[in-house]
Design a protein around this ligand. Sequence first.
Ligand SMILES: [Zn+2]
Length: 351
Amino acid sequence: MNDLKTIVELSREFGGVEFVKGGGGNTSVKNETTLWVKPSGTTLKGLTQETFVQMNREKINALYEVETPSEAAAREELVKNAMADAVENDAGRPSVEAPLHNVFNAKFVVHTHPALVNGLTCAKGGEAACRRLFPEALWVEYIDPGYTLCMEVRQRIAGYVADKGGEPALLVLQNHGIFIAADTDEEIRALYAKVMDVLSNEYARASVSEMLEIEDVSESPETEAHIKTVFGDDAAFVASSGMFGYAPGPITPDHLVYSKAFPFIGELSESGAAAYKSTRGYAPKVVVAGNRVYGIGNSQKNADLALELAQDGALVMQLTEAFGGINYMTDAQREFIENWEVESYRAKQVS
Ligand SMILES: [Zn+2]
């Protein structure tokens, strides 16, 4: 099918580091009966026509009507099983955002987390700036991802349609990213170009650099060895760079998944590591020590991603200065992600 070929092209085009990191973002294409969506935990760039998960739209639609348990874990379990039941090929588990993709009538949907966009979505003045810069967009405040987000967005889109006579092409999610939906690939490209352009102009106007400054600090084999000793298996692999203005708190679900909400900035010692673990309930993925920043992990890929997302988070924080500064996720929002089985599945898939 030609549309599948087109969505593969779009996935590769919007799968670069300026749009997504790790297994972040997802794409889909649909007809009346079928939705093809990115499998969970895969990368946009690596998608082929064969790897898309084929889903029965009637079954996804039925999910919107189901009475769900109020307890989060039980609800996500039910949704996960219903989604698995809607899968018609053996391409794996669909992206957790599949029901949200299905809500749009538009044929193509491309969802990404560009730093340039998150400079807006993670800013205190993000909503006001979004209304000013993209009056046609649908802005949705932070909602726990997955089923809850899908159901709420579905309602908002219905309201938007009632109001304006058509669904939004641009959905902006606070502390998360954007969805762009259109019937042709040209429209998707044009809308993305417009969004990125408008934001670039705003950053320039506010004299906020789109480049993250990374200090030129030489590597320290001693510190690296010390980190490996202190964090053991959690630091079996290490990636590092010179110091940058890392974000000290939770920014978006993806930053949490790949680099955790809080970097380790304490004294590099067994007791310092133990204190972090007992406070947080898990080992850090980012360690700041000796004027360098380290991504740590149980594989080189995980260590690299931890550092990459820490740098992305730092850039996002820098960009939010154009819109009133950073707006962190709340404890409840952070804890939902930290306890979310679906996300740990994604983090595992990428490793
Ligand atoms: Zn996302």
